[in-house]
Write a new protein. Structure first.
Length: 100
């Protein structure tokens, strides 16, 4: 199920459809406990991510507006800003956090 989102980089933006998900990751360890968290992911068709007529890859500072909230693209040590979410290289999974 996809929903309307707005992908923004500076003054450029594109309206597209994305599926909202999450990625769990380990933050660190405290004693014998592992500390974890999760980030909000947006899964979208890579060919839809076009700004000013050119395809782009997610990068630091990009934002996604969804459901009245702004999410900032986030770098995960294990994945970077995004990773492929399918074996065919068509669906991107973009990692974000809610903007302050």
């Amino acid at each position: 199920m996809t929903e309307d989102v707005i992908y923004k980089r500076g003054e450029s933006s594109v309206n597209l459809r994305a599926t909202v998900g999450k990625t769990d990751f380990e933050v660190g360890e405290e004693g014998c406990f592992k500390v974890g968290s999760h980030v909000v992911d947006f899964l979208l068709t890579a060919t839809d991510l076009v700004l000013n007529g050119s395809p782009v890859l997610p990068e630091m500072g990009d934002e996604i507006e969804y459901n009245g909230k702004t999410f900032t693209v986030l770098h995960l040590p294990s994945d970077g800003f995004w990773r492929w979410s399918d074996p065919y290289g068509k669906t991107m999974r973009i990692h974000t956090k809610i903007a302050n």
